[in-house]
Design a protein around this ligand. Structure first.
Ligand code: 5GP
Ligand code: ZN
Length: 117
């Protein structure tokens, strides 16, 4: 865990958040500034900066994140209607929080464009 990382603090319950799902490896909570009716962040419960820092030593956590999406989708009610998962990595993607996280977006039709010029 990184003591200066806001998402480590959320996963460790040091600061409050609206957690919707968690297990030993994964924590999912509502985004503070939702951009869709359903906007959940899914994170590993270990500090990984971004996708460039995934390796054999932490990939179990990333695997568990992949497995968690459908559980989270069921809980927040988008398993039948669908959702989009986005993971920003690095500067060009505009990653603000330097702890690997996946945005789950849903609750409305999202359109076909995933990149806005
Ligand atoms: P990024 O741009 O790094 O992919 O996305 C970071 C996301 O984290 C943003 O959507 C932002 O609203 C969310 N966020 C930042 N700080 C907090 C926080 O303290 N609590 C919650 N729940 N979300 C946060
Ligand atoms: Zn962290």
């Amino acid at each position: 865990m990184d003591e200066n990382c806001i998402f480590c603090k959320i996963a460790g319950k040091e600061i409050p958040s609206n957690i919707v799902y968690e297990n030993d490896y994964v924590c999912a909570f509502y985004d503070l500034h939702p951009v869709t009716p359903v906007h959940v962040l899914v994170i590993p419960k270990i500090h990984i900066q971004d996708l460039e820092h995934v390796d054999e030593s932490n990939s179990k956590y990333v695997e568990q994140v992949q497995l968690a999406f459908k559980e989270v989708a069921k809980i927040v009610g988008v398993d039948k209607t669908g959702y989009r998962v986005i993971c920003n990595c690095g500067e060009d993607a505009g990653q603000e929080v330097k702890h690997l996280h996946y945005h789950m977006l849903g609750g409305k039709k999202l359109g076909t464009k995933i990149v806005h010029e």
